[in-house]
Design a protein around this ligand. Structure first.
Ligand SMILES: Cc1ncc(COP(=O)(O)O)c(C=O)c1O
Length: 395
């Protein structure tokens, strides 16, 4: 059970109120007009004017007693893995703005891209289907043969909601190879099927989607947690989540420092990309380098690849705290955060840290945990049988 401190009582109260409101009158699936927070006045001109409600808001914030938390630190977790069921995770917050933009532009389909187990692609395909849009996904794959694709995890969900999947080489670069292929598919669909296809960039991280995490920051302000939080930590995969949070912290005049732990690419790439996003949003006078700490060094053997040590940490955290992390994003970010707390504590502006759980759990259901779990289950006799009443199990 979670320890009960003021913060968790406060959050429970807030989420209870929110869920009662949902019960009486759900906004889910509705388009609502969007008014940015007052502290965004310098960029409100370019802000979206409306938003599609798809996420369960005011996700809980609770203390998190993670194993081996370095002395002196207090850790909280914001459960953005609870933004929805199959729509769970950070992507749905971006999609609220992106899909509304697609609708406003008269799209009848969307296209986006990612890895074969992309959470962003899965969330896009499901949300788009819910609002009546067809989805095309360019997915990076080891094999060009569709029959070799294992129908599991996020890919299975993509297909269940009728997304059309286009396999592209695993190492295809985003700008050099994926963007031209997306454009080609868009042009073909326009010419051959008269379809208007809206393009969503990798990870939904552009000047529209990033508003999702400016809003998430406002949500946390309304949850009244920032008087007790010095730092926020998130995984950084395409940059929009950390960029939105860093921007919101800056514009709202907060001292909270935002750290994005990179799970691919590096600081230089992310600051360059986040500066492009800031430009698109109309931000002037501040750069990504000023508002965001990109933490490098924890992508391990590569994006989407896991070592046994990482998977052991993932299972250990799950066994001890009940919080399941995904191997590609949240586990790597938590690992990086814990090591930085220990070896480089001055990187944090204080000692009260909030980790945002950005979801991604379907990505772990691709068989990669089989070996580690099989060994743990066997060693600890976690599965036992009681087939015959003559042979009761040794508990
Ligand atoms: C589960 C999960 N967490 C974090 C991220 C990273 O967020 P962002 O792409 O906004 O940097 C992603 C996607 O890239 C994700 O799928």
């Amino acid at each position: 059970m979670y320890a009960h401190v003021n913060l968790s009582r406060l959050c429970t109260r807030v989420s209870l109120r929110a869920s009662m409101a949902t019960l009486c009158c759900s906004n889910y699936g509705n388009i609502v007009s969007y008014k940015p927070p007052a502290w965004c006045s310098s960029i409100s001109e370019k802000a979206p004017k409306s938003r599609l409600i798809l996420s369960q808001m005011k996700t809980p914030i609770v203390p998190w007693n993670v194993p081996d938390l370095p002395d002196g630190f207090k850790l909280y977790i914001k459960r953005d893995d609870m933004t929805g069921g199959t729509l769970m995770g950070n992507k749905v917050r971006k999609l609220e703005f992106l899909l509304e933009d697609a609708k406003l532009q008269g799209a009848d389909a969307v296209i986006t891209c990612g890895g074969i187990q992309s959470n962003h692609c899965r969330a896009t395909a499901i949300a788009a289907r819910e609002v009546g849009l067809k989805t095309y996904l360019l997915l990076r794959s080891n094999s060009e043969d569709p029959d070799e694709s294992r129908l599991e995890g996020n890919l299975l969900l993509d297909l269940l909601v009728d997304a059309t999947v286009v396999l592209v080489p695993k190492r295809a670069g985003y700008v050099s190879q994926l963007m031209p292929r997306m454009q080609h598919v868009v042009d073909e669909l326009k010419e051959k099927k008269l379809m208007n296809v809206y393009q969503i960039p990798l990870g939904g991280s552009n000047g529209v989607g990033t508003w999702g995490y400016v809003e998430a920051y406002r949500e946390m302000m309304e949850q009244e947690v920032f008087s007790q939080i010095s730092d926020v930590v998130v995984p950084c995969g395409s940059g929009g989540t950390s960029c939105g949070l860093g921007l919101a912290s800056y514009l709202s005049g907060s001292t909270v420092r935002v750290h994005g732990v990179s799970v691919c690419d590096d600081q230089l790439y992310f600051h360059t990309h986040c500066n492009e996003i800031l430009n698109e949003m109309g931000v002037t006078g501040v750069r990504s380098e000023d508002i965001l700490d990109v933490v490098d060094g924890y992508k391990g053997i590569g994006y989407g690849e896991s070592t046994d040590e990482e998977l052991q940490l993932l299972t250990n955290i799950g066994r001890k705290t009940g919080i399941l992390l995904d191997p590609t994003y949240t586990l790597k970010a938590v690992r990086g955060m814990l090591i930085e707390m220990k070896t480089n504590p001055s990187r944090f502006s204080g000692r009260n840290v909030m980790f945002i759980h950005t979801g991604g759990l379907y990505g772990m259901l691709d068989g990669r945990l089989d070996d580690v779990m099989r060994k743990q289950v066997t060693d600890s006799r976690q599965i036992i049988s009681y087939f015959s009443t003559d042979r009761p199990p040794h508990l």
